[in-house]
Design a protein around this ligand. Structure first.
Ligand SMILES: Nc1ncnc2c1ncn2[C@@H]1O[C@H](COP(=O)(O)OP(=O)(O)OP(=O)(O)O)[C@@H](O)[C@H]1O
Length: 262
């Protein structure tokens, strides 16, 4: 039996006249981690927003476990997926714990003890238990990013979409985030789609990497099949060097351009 999946077929999206997504086909199956990479402006965040139903593509089809996103109410889509947006600025001084409980969006002012236990367990898992009572406006950018991840994890939806969830995190917290997202896929069978700029993290984390450039899928496959020197040079216009490290591709660095020397 095929696993439930998010499927995209021929997805096109334009904000105004310029088409930002130019016919994207890909899928994310339950239990799988897919990393979405590509240069700035290649359409990664737009693609995530199309899947969530925040943006409505002009052409193409998106289905979540066989149900078309088109025409579905946001609340219904939200039952199938959790979304962590790129910016996690705090506007309201909710505590970290309150913000995680908000992820459950219960229609009651009283929090169920089971919800509280679930939220506390997620904070514990992210190493944030000691910050539970801190206002979101008084914690660091990296801590706020982890609170946003916690808000998504507590919902335990079949699919998780995360837009650059590790960009404010230090090495240790990046490693923790990789481990937690891997657990979500392996142990809870969630399908994870994560936008990343750090290609080495994408290689460590993902079963498949989708490389987007100018709104088109340039490569889609296991890390070993997608990450190599010629592909990355073509995608990013940078003289990058990919080597092999622990039997996986590893971006070792890139050449700086000579500017005005000599
Ligand atoms: N609200 C908007 N209105 C108009 N154009 C937009 C809007 N949001 C994004 N764009 C444009 O759409 C293109 C794709 O943007 P998107 O944010 O999807 O790229 P991205 O791959 O996520 O980039 P980054 O890596 O910089 O986050 C860019 O050229 C961007 O300027």
């Amino acid at each position: 039996m095929t696993r439930p999946a998010i499927e995209l077929r021929g997805v096109r999206y334009a904000y105004r006249r310029s088409e930002v997504l130019q016919g994207v086909d890909t899928r994310v199956a339950a239990g799988e981690v897919v990393a979405l990479i590509g240069p700035n402006g290649s359409g990664k965040s737009t693609l995530l927003k199309c899947i969530t139903g925040i943006l409505r593509p002009r052409h193409g089809h998106i289905t979540i476990a066989g149900e078309p996103v088109k025409g579905q109410r946001q609340a219904r889509i939200a039952r199938s997926l959790s979304y962590v947006a790129q910016t996690t600025d705090a506007v309201y001084p909710l505590t970290v714990l309150e913000s995680v409980l908000l992820g459950l969006r219960r229609a009651s002012w009283r929090h169920d003890p089971a919800d509280l236990a679930r939220a506390e367990a997620v904070l514990q898992r992210l190493g944030m238990a000691d910050l539970a009572q801190s206002p979101l406006t008084e914690i660091s950018g990296g801590q706020r990013q982890k609170a946003a991840i916690a808000r998504a994890l507590v919902r335990q939806t079949p699919f998780l979409l995360l837009d650059e969830p590790t960009n404010h995190l230090d090495m240790k917290h990046k490693r923790d985030a990789i481990e937690i997202l891997t657990e979500c896929a392996r142990e809870q069978g969630q399908g994870v789609l994560v936008v990343l700029h750090d290609i080495n993290i994408a290689v460590q984390l993902a079963d498949r990497i989708v490389l987007l450039r100018d709104g088109r899928v340039m490569a889609d496959g296991p890390p070993q099949a997608v990450i190599d020197t010629p592909t990355l040079r073509a995608a990013y216009d940078v003289d990058v060097h990919v080597v092999e490290h622990q039997r996986a591709p590893f971006v070792a660095g890139y050449q700086l351009q000579e500017r005005g020397r000599g």
